[in-house]
Design a protein around this ligand. Structure first.
Ligand SMILES: [Zn+2]
Length: 425
């Protein structure tokens, strides 16, 4: 049986290598969970087992060999065989011994070494390129940014801006980075590593960003849609750690969402899908940046909030955001409270539609909406439950994620981590 398992695993690994598919997150795969659930024998430890142990480590946080063995249902010897080469290479380190309850040899929790090679992360949004180095423990440093002219008729000035920021970041790398992960504020093709379209920077349509960046840096490059990078950041380093099914909802100047289904980041064929901001919530509603009408994005972003705040007579409406609106509401401002509730309802509409379709139990609110804290989260939860009630035994769970771009930068790094970890380390 073990030989069969080993043969199967080798065959899968060959197939994965030949298709560029990562077994860790199912990248390059259109849908679906991995069919493999068990680890293979110590004599056939391969990249897939290593990937699963590292995934368990990320899910659990710093963990002893015994804890990893329990979580992956194998013995400690097998775990030791997997982690020892990673310790030898300086990818993992053993922390200070933990006190044992009943004597015995103290366990030393394993975790990623802060000294391991960093990953370069980039976020390419319509008006700005941001770059940073991310350690395997999720620390962000060497941050730089460059303003981009969205009205440029050619993609080259935009690419040059990204490269300028990237080169400053790479210049601070203590060792050769494992690769460059790029989160793009637009539709991308993950098969060809190209940009399909960016609504507010049309010159980038069709731009072969992955190939151009590899040519510029000599590093492997992965690009993806920014809400998916944000989800990966929450999954690997944030509030989504350990979850098998959840969605992240990002709001700000735009609205995006991403899905993590049965242990895998969901991508449609070619990296499509996830454009929840452009699902329709109002027939013949307001005009959206995408050129269509009635998108969820038209009623649940800062643009809508500013217009409504002005109409309601709220002070300084052009700088209103979820944090200030919620603070005014909690402070007893009745006008703000009415707008707060309508905004929560508008955000809830899209989540309720998603919940009716996918029945995920955890929704992580990111971006501006997270600035509204527990009060806005609870108001959204109340409206979602009114439109899409809890199923018995499966209560809805709303969590606050990252307010700024921390999760997106970490998630852009996570693209490289999930793509390359098991094959290159
Ligand atoms: Zn739209």
């Amino acid at each position: 049986m073990e030989q069969d398992n080993a043969r199967d695993m080798k065959a899968r690994t060959r197939k994965a290598k030949s298709t560029g598919e990562s077994q860790l997150t199912g990248r390059r795969r259109a849908t679906g969970p991995s069919k493999t659930k068990t680890l293979i024998s110590p004599s056939a430890i391969g990249p897939a087992n290593r990937g699963r142990v590292l995934q368990a480590l990320i899910d659990l946080g710093p963990s002893s060999r015994a804890e990893l063995a329990r979580h992956t249902a194998v013995n400690r010897t097998t775990i030791s065989g997997i982690v020892q080469p990673l310790l030898d290479q300086g990818i993992l380190v053993a922390g200070a011994p933990l006190a044992m309850k009943r004597g015995g040899k103290p366990a030393r929790p394993l975790w990623f070494s802060p000294q391991a090679g960093p990953i370069c992360a980039a976020v390419l949004m319509p008006g700005v390129a941001r770059t940073a180095l991310v350690s395997l423990t999720g620390d962000i440093y060497a941050e730089h940014h460059e303003a981009l002219d969205v009205d440029s008729a050619s993609p080259e000035p935009l690419f040059d801006g990204l490269v300028r920021s990237l080169e400053r970041t790479l210049g601070a790398a203590p060792s050769r980075p494992l690769g460059v992960g790029v989160a793009v504020g637009g539709m991308i093709n993950t098969e060809s590593n190209t940009i399909v379209t960016v609504n507010q920077a049309t010159a980038l349509a069709g731009f072969p960003l992955g190939r151009r960046l590899t040519g510029q840096t000599g590093l492997s490059v992965c690009i993806d849609h920014y809400p998916r990078a944000m989800l990966l950041g929450e999954r690997w380093f944030g509030i989504g750690r350990g979850l098998r099914n959840f969605a992240t909802i990002y709001t700000g100047e735009s609205l995006g969402a991403a899905l993590f289904l049965d242990g895998h980041l969901y991508r449609g064929p070619g990296g499509g899908g996830g454009e929840l901001g452009h699902t329709f919530v109002q027939i013949d509603g307001d005009l959206c940046d995408c050129g269509r009408r009635g998108c969820w994005e038209t009623i649940a972003t800062l643009g809508w909030l500013r217009l409504e705040a002005r109409a309601a007579g709220i002070d300084d409406p052009d700088t209103i955001n979820s944090a200030r609106l919620t603070a005014m509401t909690v402070g007893g401002d009745a006008v703000a409270a009415e707008l707060h509730d309508r905004f929560a309802h508008n955000i809830a509409i899209g989540i309720a539609n998603l919940h009716q379709t996918m029945s995920l139990s955890v929704y992580v609110l990111c971006g501006d909406v997270a600035g509204g804290g527990g009060a806005l989260r609870d108001a959204i939860a109340t409206h979602v439950r009114a439109m899409s009630p809890d199923r018995p035994g499966y209560p809805l769970d709303f969590r606050l994620g990252d307010i700024e771009d921390r999760a997106t930068l970490r998630g852009a790094a996570g693209l490289i981590l999930s793509e390359n970890l098991q094959f290159t380390l």
